[in-house]
Write a protein that binds this ligand. Structure first.
Ligand code: IMP
Length: 429
């Protein structure tokens, strides 16, 4: 049976939560495979809003949920998110929530370093979520991480602590910050171990077993392809690979498990944090998109930057990530515009580009080439079939498909689950 991997095809915040929830209700297992609690997934289930940052969205409906080895896990945030959802009546236990034993931990000094660097960076700051994501991934690659499985071996932690503290103390000294209080860290880890360890599992074993049994696995990506450490707008990116292929390495299943790759694409473009954004609108139109689309970050509350749909970027995302079909979201935000613009290429120093040049300064200087289309005055909110959509909205969708060279699998027309036009069912494809 087919698996599905859901990823954001822009800069995150494409509305993955609702789509993942819809797919999760039909999956046997939901897996997070990269990122950490920098993600912000909002689900509206039976009128109740749930905000998740770290836990897989399937947990809200009690579906087996797995946090894979590819994520970085803040154990205190994990505890708090479990408690918050439990407070909303969600049933969470080590029976339905599994955490990879090999996942690296985000520790308080990662958060310190994230903030210290951002504060010291002035205009060059990345605008991170300051949750320690980047520094935790650096330690993973630097082979210094303390991992979930280390919590069961706290008496053997000294060599690992030596390595991680030597690295961080040198950096902290550079920022005029005191060294890590090792005793305090060990005490905090000891205290949280009791809560976290019951959830710790060799998740690759369970996932491979699920696969053999023909269970449906849904991989839930976080952020978006343009924030990918390799393929995104470097250095204004997150510190993980956000492309669909990471679902394999970040969970312990082979690449063929990835299945149908569903790219979530907003009908316009938004970005939180710093970095190039060719179609950004710093005018009334941008303001209008932000207000109609309620574009405020789930995690940090920051206002999102808004702009026209950039077909160049989404075509690039679809290519590097192998997107099978897209889910187009928030179409209703475009209701009522007289004219809509779609970016189809860039101009830079007299040259035309059909892809985003790699250097940040060129990315900041490219001039979008726009194609204009008439808008529609009718409301598309809540549409559940093509027949509910104005002809002009259908034309817009068809043009998007053509330009990004990727078919639409579904269209989402409100935060409600049922307000979806299904073209191709990713699980049945
Ligand atoms: P970090 O992931 O906290 O290191 O932040 C790096 C960049 O990714 C910043 O521009 C953040 O705003 C952005 N970012 C991280 N997570 C998300 C997300 O879930 N949605 C949108 N942007 C994100």
């Amino acid at each position: 049976m087919a698996n599905v991997t859901v990823i954001g095809a822009q800069w995150g915040d494409e509305g993955k939560g609702k789509i993942v929830d819809w797919l999760a209700s039909r999956a046997d297992v939901v897996v997070r495979f990269q990122g950490g609690h920098n993600a912000g997934h909002t689900l509206v289930v039976d009128g109740t809003t749930y905000k998740l940052s770290l836990l897989p969205s399937g947990i809200v409906r009690g579906t087996l949920s797995v946090i894979g080895n590819g994520i970085v896990l803040d154990p205190w945030h994990f505890r708090d998110e479990v408690a918050k959802l439990a407070g909303q009546g969600v049933n969470i236990s080590p029976d339905n929530l599994h955490v990879a034993e090999t996942a690296p931990l985000i520790l308080p000094f990662h958060r310190d370093l994230d903030g210290l660097r951002e504060d010291a960076s002035g205009a060059g700051k990345i605008g991170t979520t300051r949750r320690g994501i980047g520094p935790a991934y650096e330690d993973k690659v630097g082979r210094r991480s303390i991992r979930v499985c280390d919590l069961a071996h706290l008496d053997d932690l000294e060599p690992q602590l030596d390595r991680i503290c030597a690295h961080h103390d040198a950096l902290r000294a550079g920022f005029g910050h005191p060294p890590i209080d090792r005793a305090a860290i060990v005490a905090e880890l000891r205290a949280i171990a009791e809560f976290l360890l019951p959830y710790a599992k060799p998740v690759w074993v369970g996932l491979n077993e699920a696969r053999k049994q023909g269970k449906r696995i849904l991989f839930e990506g976080a952020q978006g392809v343009l924030l990918d450490i390799d393929h995104g707008t470097y250095p204004f990116v997150t510190s993980s690979n956000t492309i669909a292929g990471t679902a394999s390495g970040g969970s312990g299943l082979g690449p063929s498990a990835v299945g149908f790759v569903l790219g979530i694409v907003k009908a316009y473009t938004t970005r939180v944090g710093s970095g190039p954004f060719p179609t950004e609108l710093e005018d009334e139109t941008g303001q209008r998109l932000g207000e109609r689309g309620h574009e405020f970050g789930t995690v940090t509350g920051r206002k999102r930057r808004c702009g026209w749909f950039d077909a160049v970027l989404v075509r690039q995302s679809a290519a590097v990530s192998g997107i099978t079909g897209i889910a187009l979201t928030k179409l209703d935000v475009l209701d009522g515009f007289d004219t809509l613009k779609i970016c189809t290429g860039y101009k830079l120093d007299g040259k035309i580009y059909d892809y985003l040049p790699p250097h940040a300064s060129d990315q900041a200087r490219v001039e979008p080439i726009y194609e204009e289309m008439p808008g529609w005055s009718e409301s598309t909110a809540g549409a559940r079939s093509w027949a509910d959509l104005p002809a002009q909205a259908i034309k817009y969708i068809r043009r998007v498909e053509e330009l990004i060279q990727c078919p639409v699998a579904l269209v989402s027309t409100s935060p409600e689950r049922e307000d979806t036009i299904l073209v191709r069912d990713p699980f049945e494809d």
